[in-house]
Design a protein around this ligand. Structure first.
Ligand SMILES: C[S@@+](CC[C@H](N)C(=O)[O-])C[C@H]1O[C@@H](n2cnc3c(N)ncnc32)[C@H](O)[C@@H]1O
Length: 268
């Protein structure tokens, strides 16, 4: 009887210990998967005052991420969550290219782009917030990068030179643009004919992506907003853990055509 009790106790302890181990394993993040769910949610935002509409084509426009939260853009987990080098590999950027990093923030992507375009190329890094551009410039200087130009733009004017850009890249930016229509018109004008515009956006289709809904975008919504502005959809790459890479082109044969008459600039 006494032996039975001892055996039952031993089995009980074993059951508790193994259940705890299984529960812990279930909670532990798997290797190479994004881990920082709570961190990714802590995205600082503020509404900049520029008389923007609150929505565009049925989509709420997100608040602009404040420069006060620029550290979040360099969080340690970002490489695993967003795989920035693989994203850029997929875009096949060439030495000598001119790339506009629109909404560059403090330069997380700009500095990587600078290496890829090399000394014969340039990165035009734009942002609305001068404080972001100051941080970007300091980061470029610290990294010894000389081919990044910081450009302060406005919500309605990207402030890029006409017809000189090979690639416009917006990483986690488009959903914040308060005047999407006029911004897109300006970006199309900046591209060389045949140049590409790429949006990297958190997938709205996936409820498990731990970002607020207004900071995500669905592919169908992106196409609905971008294509009427004279961009041709090329493809959407879906290998990143959380984000779409959506590629558009300014058609090459547009060069021979007369310029479109200016479109009305209503944002709704
Ligand atoms: C979430 S942050 C992303 C920054 C950077 N692309 C990165 O991935 O590290 C969004 C940035 O876009 C900028 N932004 C928002 N609307 C913009 C616009 N219309 N034109 C240029 N920049 C804009 C904000 O000021 C902010 O720095």
């Amino acid at each position: 009887m006494r032996r039975c009790c001892v055996l039952a106790r031993v089995l009980g302890v074993y059951w508790v210990v193994s259940s705890l181990a299984i529960a812990q394993e279930a909670q532990a993040p798997r290797a190479q998967e994004p881990q920082a769910k709570t961190e990714a949610k802590q995205r600082p935002a503020k509404r900049l005052q520029h008389g923007s509409a609150k929505s565009y084509m049925g989509r709420p426009i997100a608040d602009v991420m404040s420069f006060e939260g620029a550290d979040w853009l360099f969080r340690a987990s970002r490489e695993v969550e967003e795989r920035p080098e693989e994203m850029l590999d997929a875009l096949q950027i060439k030495p000598g290219d001119t790339v506009a990093d629109v909404g560059a923030g403090a330069g997380y992507t700009s500095l990587r782009l600078a290496k890829r375009v090399g000394p014969s190329g340039k990165v035009l890094a734009t942002d609305l917030q001068p404080q972001m551009l100051q941080m970007l410039t300091a980061n470029a200087r610290a990294a010894g990068v000389k081919n990044v130009r910081a450009i302060q733009c406005t919500p309605t004017d990207p402030k890029l030179p006409s017809g000189q850009v090979d690639l416009v890249l917006m990483v986690d930016v488009y959903h914040e643009c308060s005047h999407p229509k006029t911004t897109l018109q300006g970006l199309r004008k900046a591209l060389k004919p045949g140049g590409r515009m790429v949006l990297v956006e958190f997938r709205a289709e996936d409820p498990d992506v731990p970002i607020k809904p207004e900071h995500k975008m669905a592919l169908a919504q992106v196409r609905k907003e971008i294509e009427p502005e004279g961009f041709v959809f090329k493809e959407s790459l879906e290998f990143l853990p959380w984000q779409h890479i959506i590629i558009f082109e300014r058609p090459a044969d547009e060069a021979s055509k007369p310029q479109d008459p200016p479109k009305p600039t209503t944002e709704k």
